[in-house]
Design a binder for this molecule. Structure first.
Ligand code: GYE
Length: 304
């Protein structure tokens, strides 16, 4: 095969990959971590894994330690978009290629990383917005929307907000009356939704940037004596098991999928890269959408 010479040159030496994960904030993240760990094992790649607990400084520390250990390739999912140039330059100077998985950086110098693989978050926000625009196409009164944003400064929070805002602008009745971060966690989603409910008497729609925040918010909505999915329509993003279950139960009305199973693609890309092949600068993964009915159908075969 065409990569035989490269693998011979590498002998039996295992590829060593340093992976700096965001944290364990959500069901999506757990599925993503599992996928990366399982596929490294399957691919025979020696994986060094760290969990940054949603803190950029921890991720930078982890990346520096991978540089020191002279790993063959560094992969990471940046907590936030900004502030990576220095450490990425250090990796580049050390001759260690960097692969971005899941989330993007806003570095102007794109030579600081080899490729960025993951979903198109703006498109996810647009799909959420399209659904809402269609639901309320005949509205004659204002529709009050509250938004639970993901981690402040993260690519998915920035992009999901932007894509959604772009679409709902088509109907001036669709109004975001409150928008705050829930850090992509269930606990924070619940807490912020409680505050939203206290401050606003008439909430029609919740748009949550991930399932976990929607699930936390559902608890707050039920505790307030309201019916999630009925009194307050709910849209979220991800499509993890618990989210899909809530959708199948009619508590979440619409889910835009975001596939966390990036492990196999990452491992194959690392092998290709180290065998001297060129990788595309951007690899976009395919995602679907689910109404309650569709979630019910899909649930039995859902892997995560
Ligand atoms: O949607 C959320 C997670 O970066 C796409 O991070 C990922 C997001 C995902 O915490 O649940």
């Amino acid at each position: 095969s065409s990569d035989a010479p490269a693998s011979e040159a590498a002998g039996d030496k295992k590829i060593v990959m340093g992976f700096a994960q965001v944290g364990a904030e959500s069901g999506w993240r757990s599925a993503n971590t599992q996928s990366i760990q399982d596929s490294a094992k399957e691919a025979g790649i020696d994986l060094k894994f760290s969990d940054a607990q949603q803190k950029q400084e921890n991720q930078i520390k982890a990346i520096r330690s991978y540089i020191q250990q002279k790993v063959d390739v560094i992969a990471f999912s940046p907590v936030v978009e900004s502030g990576w140039d220095t450490v990425l330059k250090e990796a580049k100077d050390a001759g260690i290629p960097v692969i971005l998985t899941d989330r993007a950086v806003d570095s102007k110098d794109t030579s600081l990383y080899v490729t960025f693989m993951g979903s198109d978050f703006v498109e996810e926000g647009r799909r959420a917005g399209d659904w809402l625009v269609d639901q309320y196409k005949d509205a004659t009164e204002d529709v009050n929307i509250v938004e639970l944003q993901g981690t402040t400064g993260s690519a998915p929070a920035n992009d999901r907000k932007a894509g959604f805002g772009e679409k709902i602008a088509a109907n001036p009745h669709l109004k975001i009356i409150a928008s705050q971060t829930g850090d992509f966690t269930r606990a924070k989603g619940k807490e912020v939704m409680q505050a939203f409910l206290k401050a606003n008497k008439d909430i029609d729609v919740l748009y949550a940037h991930n399932d976990d925040m929607a699930l936390g918010a559902i608890q707050a909505i039920e505790a307030a004596g309201l019916k999630p999915g009925v009194d307050i329509k709910i849209i979220s993003i991800d499509g993890v098991k618990d989210g899909m279950t809530a959708a199948a139960d009619g508590k979440i009305n619409y889910i835009v999928e975001c596939n966390p199973l990036l492990g196999p693609l990452l491992m194959q890309s690392a092998k290709d890269l180290l065998a001297g092949k060129d990788l595309p600068k951007r690899i976009v993964t395919e995602d679907g959408t689910f109404t309650s009915e569709q979630a019910k159908e899909a649930l039995p075969n859902r892997k995560y």
